[in-house]
Design a protein around this ligand. Sequence first.
Ligand SMILES: [Zn+2]
Length: 510
Amino acid sequence: MKAKKVVPFILILQIIAMQAIQAQTNCRASEANATYIKKHISSQNEYHDFNYQTKKIQGKGGSESYQIPVVFHVYGTSFNGKTVDDELIHKALNDLNKDFHGMNDDFFSIDSRFSNITGTMDITFRLARIDPNGNATTGIIYHAEKNGYGHGSDSDTQISADAWDNYRYMNVYIQNDLYGNNETNNTGVAWYPFTHMSDNNLARVVYNGAFLATNTDTEQASILTHEFGHWLNLIHTFEGGCDGTDEVDDTPNENGLHDLNCSSGTNCNGEYVNTENYMGYNGSSGCYKMFTEGQVDRMFAALQHPARVTLWQTQNLIDTGLIISEAENVAPVVTIDTSMDNFSFEEGETFELKTTVTDANGSDDIQKVEYYVDGNLLDILRFLPFENEFPNLETGQHIIRVMAYDYGGLSNTMEITITVIPRINYPEIKWISSNISFAENSIQFATGEATRRLEIKAITDTHDIIVKGPDFEKQYTTIIDETITIDNIAKGTWTVEIPSLNKKITKTLN
Ligand SMILES: [Zn+2]
């Protein structure tokens, strides 16, 4: 009895511990920005003026496509025991871009209360390929371990010294201990657009490498999307609690307790909380899925802010290497597994195609990959992985073409031929009675003690069937819809063999 009473107590302790860890991993953007504008009166005025401007700009975005050159500064080699390398950062940016485009895997499972106000944005954050000195770069700079760049002012001199020109590059700093206080479980912090920050090369997202891409789970990794949202002037959806505002009309208020996690629940006004919103905290527990239309309008407006507007101008995209001059540009290379060429499979099976698309100018210079079947456009993919499925292809030969485009407009293509053959109809074999059954390939047995009957039924085709058992061996030629029945079969091992289909099943009747 005593032991049984202990169990719920341990469970409660575990739940409290989980909540405590989650609370500590939350971002401190609200506090950091409040501290900042308190200190810089010009920024405070700019912030309020721009909020006013934003409401006038709202609704005017949405049609344009944006690119932002990004530089990642990585400090140290261990992030709670995890590493951060080029590949991980490529994946993190790829996933983040999918979130902004509404191409995240869980986008189509958004709560129906909010699916009609989801907002997506054609913005792609890409690693810079030319550094401030005009040299080639991967857009990822590795530094010795340093911490504390999440602080408002303590590290300003160092941050500024490491920064690349804020009017040309978005700067992301990857550290482990964001506030230099020996806490390594804070996820990230970011600042809204401020001219004063960009003037002093202090504009930034600071993020914990332990929560990047596959260093954590998918939902926690989307906290990077949350921080980029702040960088585009988004405020927490729970700012100020029930009486506060995030300056966006379509996001319901939240009480700021973040205790709903991914369950549905109402706020203090009785409205449902948008727990799946990237700018709340609830979603990090497993359901970060969406921005709202209002938030996207606010981000489009932020792109017009003096501290952001220079970044996406065509000349800057050329200067940072995101757009390559025609003379230097190289077309992407499309590779399809050649074993897939002349591949044939049965009607009704799904053909999966894996392609590799690379670009000599840099792995991320792929704008889109188009998939054609017999000349008809089937699908367009914009982000890794470049894999596609071709379900329900008709019998016969098909030409699959994959065409990849880079941002400079160059394209390359590769084709393969596949053949869909008619479906093979296997005979159905049943070992009748009782409720024990098993399936092996397309052939089924059911067996039991009651009648000990073996039943073999050819559904649509004719095959020779050899049946063997204890003191029993017989060859049958079944025709369509004819059933072979053997009653009172002896206990022991039985085999049913269809040589023409290379099928053999063995079962023991005990
Ligand atoms: Zn935040």
